[in-house]
Design a protein around this ligand. Sequence first.
Ligand SMILES: Nc1ncnc2c1ncn2[C@@H]1O[C@H](COP(=O)(O)OP(=O)(O)OP(=O)(O)O)[C@@H](O)[C@H]1O
Length: 368
Amino acid sequence: MSEPPSASAVDSPTTTDSAAATEPDRDSSTDTAAERPIDGPPALVVDGVSKRFGSGEGSVLAVDDVSLTVERGSIVGLLGPNGAGKTTLIKCALGVVLPDTGSVRVFGVDIGGSGHRAAYANVDAMLEGARNDYWRLTVRENLRYFATIRGIDPDSVADRHDRLLERLELVDKADTAVRDLSRGMKQKVSLASVLAGGAELVFLDEPTLGLDVESSRTLRRELRRLAVEEGLTIVVSSHDMAVIEDVCDRVVMMADGRIVADDTVSALLSGADRDAVRVTSPDIDDDVLAALRDRFEVRSVAVEGDRTSVEVAAAGDDLYALMDALRAAGVTIGDVRTVQPDLEEVFVDVTGMEVDVSQGVDDGGRSS
Ligand SMILES: Nc1ncnc2c1ncn2[C@@H]1O[C@H](COP(=O)(O)OP(=O)(O)OP(=O)(O)O)[C@@H](O)[C@H]1O
């Protein structure tokens, strides 16, 4: 049977009682989302967490003294190149990996303390895409199953499940076995399953992996709605900049196990030193490009038919100098546009690394 393990069953060398992450006992100290007041401590407080794998020379410091607070009802994006420590940090926050130092509090409860089961009553995760679906069960049965293992009578949340199916455009597939769905559909079922039990804090690792453009848009819309209308707190790790830019209130960038930037999307974009213009003309040949490269920072060149576009870092006086240089070279300017920085460029600036395009992000033709 092709029934992959649930997110709670992620292998790790050092684990706590991993079942606590997604299959908590509903003891008297836990309450349901509806019962818990909206005010209260932050959804997540990570304080000075470090995690090293292995020992001696070959060891890896995956997370290096990271502190982070995530307010209730916010969506925080976790960005970083491969190996930056994102997944390890999430696993530390989930209690699936034990940090070497530091503490994690979930809705005010220290997960290292005796209350860890209570802490996890309202946390769930989608790690590694569609792996937490039960493929022999139908879509609706999956939702009922995941509500049940969180200690919730599935009949009592049937309306919520109907809404989720509707919002994620899964109504037509509600009675279809998950194994018969496309990869993208399975991905959406995974998300619905994570949300089915009413967890108040969810960690989503690459939630749009394998989704087509339309499905990705639907999912992003639903994530925002869940945060804004239902107060869900979401920590999303993705290489897909569109997801991060679209849905996140705030972005935390990691590199080499450390946080290297932590701000709102707009603040990160406006702080980027990225003033540039893109000039398009049929007259930009190799000689013109060489002359431009001598005097300016040429960011990219793209050739389309008989027209060449060149993106040059230029603002203020540099912009006048650029225009003068183009005129002197006999270039007829067909089109000039200012280029707004995007999150991908901020990411490259901050981490000094390229986004891994194999993980679903293309470079928008900038890599010529
Ligand atoms: N179980 C483990 N045993 C040994 N090393 C590990 C383990 N898990 C992660 N690492 C190492 O820790 C570092 C951080 O890995 P992690 O998976 O947290 O990064 P990431 O930012 O999530 O990367 P990606 O974007 O590729 O998923 C890497 O060098 C990785 O090889």
